[in-house]
Design a protein around this ligand. Structure first.
Ligand SMILES: Cc1cc2nc3c(=O)[nH]c(=O)nc-3n(C[C@H](O)[C@H](O)[C@H](O)COP(=O)(O)OP(=O)(O)OC[C@H]3O[C@@H](n4cnc5c(N)ncnc54)[C@H](O)[C@@H]3O)c2cc1C
Length: 580
């Protein structure tokens, strides 16, 4: 009790080891804490320590957690991204809650079926602390250092590399730090240059949908992402953060004003451009889970704008289908420089026999600007005789929250929670769009990728995302986001999804095949890169690809604030190659 009150009154400074102890104590080993020691930690964190139970355990009849009534609830929530994120014992993509052939998942299309014969923890953490205040984080860090246990830091579990779940770890679960606040006049901590107007404050666990609705009620928009269940202060807000406002206001990290964090030494710090400025810089783009645990994110928000949408969906079949795909993508590429100049955003999704255009512009008019920017492309599409059009037209939404219902419904179709997935992505620089030869090579490379992806996995699609920070060149290096963002016009993402575990050799073939889809795009963008949050997990030169010229400085800062590597995560700055 005394320990707990000291922690909450003053913040706790952990006597941090000077060298890396390895953080490799595993359950069952002598070093693993006794029941009494876990109990002490539980007391210190006010009863918020839990052992992990996989979300689907109540549906496994041979599990000690079997419970038919609870199972019904789990089944009905299984694919719902918001409900799913409220369980620690899951990841959005099943790849990361399973380990080889063991796990505890359900079949997404048919959740009354289990995917494994018995329920096991898979890659999920052994224990977790459901964090309710910063002192719980300090206490957890102290405990794991004392017992040499690996930690993991988790919010929603959406990470495409499973970085937020580490087997045999004690998880710091920040999802329930979900407060929101709005400061019309904001005073930064000891930093007059960071004072300003219209600053939003979001707890580490806030998801995008709640943030959009909250700030909208104050007449404001926040630079969140496309899907409503992504945690915007965690991996999103520390690794970049792109969405419908990126062309207009920059990345989420461009808009960061101040963070409250707990560093490896257990200290609670308010960091901004004046205090611990280098740590603030590193956490503005250098990736989540790497330098400290964030508890609060203060961010510039903007007076609310209407958002306008242009949609065009069509199917095409027959021997000329690939040529159709090529021609539509070429028209898209040839329009891109102008669309970016007009700050048009959104994405076009390409499939072997289908195109789905979803372009947007947040702008204070009646939609005329978007219509005029896209008129020639719309005319080109409507006049084609080889398309079976299923949807076409313009819609305006008074606020982003109105638009959110549309994006959420779309995401439920295209990226449902509770399935397996992999990505392969590349940022395509502006120069590629300036000559017919490079446009042709780009289109060839992407089309080739679309066709090859389908030969590797049944369910595939390629998103060409137009959400690049064209208004913000970050010429003063205020953020540590991958520099390739600043010159990119396309973010090409090949997506593969599947519902049941693949045989190891099939998975290996698909994984290496997906990486190869990027070869033509890499040839067109030497020295470019890929978005750390939405990339292929097998990227070989990941330091350069995800962090570019910022890597060395980020590593120095990492080593200064986290000298024993308690916050290491897969292909994050400072990762030393451990395979979990
Ligand atoms: C359906 C879907 C849609 C997406 N759409 C977009 C999009 O529109 N734009 C975009 O930019 N990205 C998008 N992403 C990618 C998204 O940015 C990443 O998955 C991101 O890592 C999610 O962050 P999280 O905190 O919710 O997830 P988690 O998996 O919980 O965490 C991700 C990483 O952040 C770390 N982390 C989490 N909380 C904290 C904390 N409090 N302090 C320090 N580190 C922390 C974790 O350790 C981990 O390394 C999407 C992902 C999905 C699954």
């Amino acid at each position: 009790m005394l320990l707990a009150s000291l922690i909450s009154s003053f913040g706790f400074t952990v006597g941090i080891a000077a060298t890396d102890p390895g953080y490799n104590c595993r359950p069952g080993q002598k070093c693993w804490p006794s029941w009494q020691e876990w109990q002490q930690l539980n007391n210190t964190v006010n009863g918020h320590l839990y052992s992990t139970i996989p979300m689907a355990a109540p549906c496994y009849e041979n599990s000690t957690s079997y419970n038919a009534g609870v199972c019904n609830v789990v089944e009905s929530n299984y694919n719902d991204s918001i409900s799913r994120g409220a369980y620690l014992g899951q990841t959005y993509w099943l790849n990361w809650e399973t380990c080889g052939t063991s796990g505890c998942s359900l079949e997404s299309a048919n959740p009354e079926e289990t995917l494994y014969s018995t329920c096991s923890l898979g890659r999920l953490a052994s224990y977790y602390v459901d964090i309710r205040n910063a002192s719980h984080i300090s206490a957890t860090l102290q405990f794991t250092q004392a017992h040499n246990i690996r930690i993991s830091v988790k919010n929603t579990g959406h990470d495409f590399f499973g970085r937020s779940t580490v087997p045999n770890s004690l998880a710091i679960w920040t999802h329930n730090l979900d407060t929101l606040d709005f400061h019309q006049n904001f005073t930064a901590s000891n930093c007059p240059s960071a004072n300003g107007q219209n600053v939003g404050e979001i707890g580490a666990g806030v998801v995008a949908g709640d943030a959009y609705r909250f700030f909208n009620s104050h007449g404001m928009d926040i630079t969140g992402g496309y899907e409503e269940s992504v945690g915007i202060a965690g991996g999103f807000g520390q690794g970049g953060g792109v969405g419908s406002y990126t062309t207009t206001y920059g990345l989420m990290v461009d808009n960061a004003v101040e963070f409250e964090v707990v560093t490896a030494d257990g200290q609670v710090r308010i960091i901004n451009e004046c205090n611990d400025a280098e740590l603030f810089w590193a956490m503005r783009g250098g990736g989540g889970g790497t330098y400290a645990v964030l508890t609060k994110y203060r961010v510039q928000v903007y007076p609310s704008l209407p958002i306008h949408a242009y949609n065009f969906d069509a199917n095409f079949t027959g021997v000329n289908a690939t040529q159709t795909l090529r021609e539509i993508m070429t028209a898209h590429a040839n329009s891109q420089i102008e669309w970016s100049a007009q700050l048009v955003t959104g994405q076009i999704e390409y499939f072997p026999g289908k195109v789905s255009v979803g372009m947007n512009l947040p702008y204070g008019d009646d939609g005329s600007k978007l219509k005029s920017a896209t008129a020639a492309f719309d005319h080109f599409l409507r006049n084609r005789t080889d398309l079976g059009v299923t949807q076409a037209g313009y819609t305006s939404y008074a606020t982003y929250t109105d638009f959110l219902a549309v994006t959420a419904a779309d995401a439920r179709k295209t990226e449902p929670a509770g399935i397996f997935s992999q990505l392969a992505s590349r940022l395509i620089p502006r120069e590629v769009f300036t000559t017919p030869q490079t446009v042709e090579a780009l289109v060839d490379g992407v089309v080739e990728g679309i066709l090859k992806a389908r030969s590797l996995i049944n369910l595939t699609g390629t998103q060409v995302v137009l959400e690049t920070p064209v208004t913000n060149l970050d010429s003063n290096n205020m953020t540590s986001a991958l520099p390739a963002w600043r010159n990119a016009l396309w973010h090409v993402i090949h997506v593969g999804e599947w519902e049941k575990p693949l045989a190891p050799e099939v998975l290996e073939n698909a994984t290496s095949g997906f990486l190869q889809l990027l070869d033509p795009l890499k040839a067109l963008s030497p020295g470019g890169g890929a978005y750390f949050n939405e990339a292929h997990y097998g990227e070989p030169s990941w330091e350069e690809t995800f962090f570019g010229a910022n890597y060395d400085r980020l590593l120095e800062i990492k080593n200064k604030y986290d000298p024993t590597h308690i916050f290491d995560c897969f292909k994050c700055v400072g990762w030393r190659g451990e395979q979990e």
